[in-house]
Design a protein around this ligand. Structure first.
Ligand SMILES: [Ca+2]
Ligand SMILES: [Ca+2]
Length: 234
């Protein structure tokens, strides 16, 4: 919004008027999906027309009409609710030779010209669920030299039989530690940690083919820098 004042003047009179100009939002953002790909699994006996697969979600950073969008897909196997992003099967898939289907999902905004965002949906068709993904260690212990500033990566966790479907997740957020859900790499911002402080957290590994997640514990101990050097010398 801009406010301006306009003057008009002849030899005798001078008049002015204030104007307010509203600048409409420019549609410079495409709807963006929260994830670049989504993995879902279905037990084969459930693959019937109308079966609820899962939900995708996108956001558009524009305003007004430029922010509004609808979901759609060209897949003949899937229907997506244009408003909610909920995905349903349109047919029985048990006849398929593959145990896996993939589809592209789009979100098209109402701006002129409009913008399109996209994501990928992978759906695994299973005869039964697999066992839970077990971590290589029941407990991981990490030492952090204090003082330490900024966000640092300090290690990683891994399951015994890694596959590209496993997702790692912290069971609680403490605002210090974060985990890469795909690689299991750990990072933290330890600027508030003092020597001898320690953090204990639980991490889950989800293979979406499994009913129950794998679980491990990480313990992070803050060690004084000199102490560590001393230990190394010994
Ligand atoms: Ca937009
Ligand atoms: Ca905009």
């Amino acid at each position: 919004m801009h406010k301006i004042k306009v003057f008009a003047q002849d030899k005798i009179w001078r008049v002015s008027a204030s104007m307010t100009i509203f600048v409409e939002d420019v549609n410079d953002n495409a709807p963006e999906f929260l994830s670049t790909s989504y993995n879902f699994s279905i037990l084969t006996p459930h693959t019937k027309n109308g079966y609820f697969v899962g939900k995708v979600e996108a956001n558009d950073l524009d305003e007004g009409i430029n922010k509004k969008f609808t979901y759609y897909t060209y897949s003949s196997h899937l229907y997506i609710d244009p408003e909610s992003g909920e995905i349903f099967l349109t047919r029985n898939l048990s006849f398929l030779p593959a145990d896996f289907i993939t589809a592209e999902i789009f979100a098209n905004d109402y701006g002129v010209p409009s913008n399109v965002g996209n994501t990928k949906v992978n759906i695994y068709l299973l005869d039964n669920y697999f066992e839970s993904p077990v971590f290589e260690q029941d407990e991981y212990v990490f030492a952090i030299e204090t003082p330490i500033e900024g966000n640092v990566s300090f290690g990683s966790v891994k399951t015994k039989t890694p596959n590209d479907r496993i997702l790692y997740e912290l069971t609680e957020q403490n605002g210090i530690i974060s985990i890469d859900s795909v690689t299991g790499k750990l990072s933290g911002n330890f600027s508030s940690m003092q020597t001898d402080d320690f953090i204990e957290l639980t991490i889950m590994s989800h293979d979406y083919k499994s009913n129950t997640p794998g679980i491990t514990t990480i313990i992070i101990k803050a060690i004084e820098k000199e102490e560590l050097e001393f230990k190394l010398k010994k």
